[in-house]
Design a protein. Structure first.
Length: 284
């Protein structure tokens, strides 16, 4: 399945998108021949609306034969943004509400939690002890999110944004080693990984069995851009070949950010064609 991330919808309707906008966007998605999409709440103030209006989106997706691949709780970036947020219970109740929404979409089994770039006050001087306390608190909080999601019969994937306290895929591997956690997974955002200078072609093997979803976008490894695959410098043949070799059976979801809504159809059509070619080559 080749689908889209929420970037498809906020490129069409801005990040103030409504559930109705999402529903309308599915018509465009279907027209392009793409078959899957990710749900998302971008802003916390839309949570009530999604709790009320999710049937509109479910029925439209069923009518069009489109599958839901994951739910991105983008607004929960705030839960890991700084020391105050990290040391609080911010996000737990909202995550419980998200699991209720996701429970209405039978095909959607993954909730993706983006981890914010971590900020410290300009006057803060971090020593080893402070870092260890922050790390330990991050681990505890992520395990608490995981418990909420697992209790709902779902699974938690992490989207590691550049600059997060987790520190890339090595940080995720460290979390797994230190806790023995067997359920937290990874949303493979190629743009985040490449702009963070990760050895991107090794990620699928390193996290085999833990890749729960994808955000496929390109850049040149210097800025966290979201270009159509093939328009940057990511070695797509190695990346997609590695993902398939890792046993991943999920959707390949394009994440292209378009500044002009009129560019959306063309950009996603190009991205779709490119990914179809790459996956075909990887399978031969």
């Amino acid at each position: 399945m080749i689908g889209v991330s929420p970037a498809f919808f906020f490129s069409l309707y801005t990040t103030d998108f409504t559930v109705k906008d999402y529903s309308d966007g599915l018509e465009v998605l279907h027209e392009l021949g793409l078959t899957g999409f990710q749900l998302e709440i971008f802003k916390k103030e839309r949570l009530d609306e999604w709790e009320r209006d999710w049937p509109l989106l479910l029925h439209k997706s069923e009518d069009l034969g489109l599958g839901t691949t994951q739910f991105v709780a983008h607004f929960l970036l705030s839960a890991t943004a700084d020391t105050e947020a990290l040391n609080s219970d911010v996000g737990f109740e909202e995550m419980r509400r998200v699991t209720e929404i996701v429970s209405h979409f039978p095909a959607c089994r993954t909730i993706t939690l983006p981890l914010a770039p971590f900020t410290l006050g300009n006057e803060t001087r971090m020593d080893a002890s402070m870092y260890r306390k922050l790390w330990d608190r991050l681990v505890v909080k992520l395990l608490q999110f995981d418990e909420i999601v697992r209790t709902a019969g779902l699974r938690l994937g992490l989207e590691i944004v550049p600059g997060s306290l987790l520190g890339g895929t090595e940080g995720l591997m460290r979390l797994i080693r230190e806790t023995g956690n067997g359920t937290i997974g990874y949303n493979f955002d190629t743009g985040h990984a490449w702009s963070s200078k990760e050895c991107i072609a090794t990620i699928p093997a390193k996290l085999a069995g833990r890749i729960y979803g994808t955000h496929l976008k390109d850049n040149f490894g210097t800025e966290n851009l979201a270009l159509p695959p093939g328009q940057g410098s990511i070695p797509w043949g190695s990346v997609i070949g590695g993902v398939l070799a890792s046993g991943y059976e999920g959707s390949f979801d394009l994440e292209i950010v378009c500044k002009d809504p009129n560019e959306v159809k063309r950009s996603y059509a190009e991205g779709n064609r490119y990914m179809m070619e790459i996956t075909k080559e990887a399978l031969t």
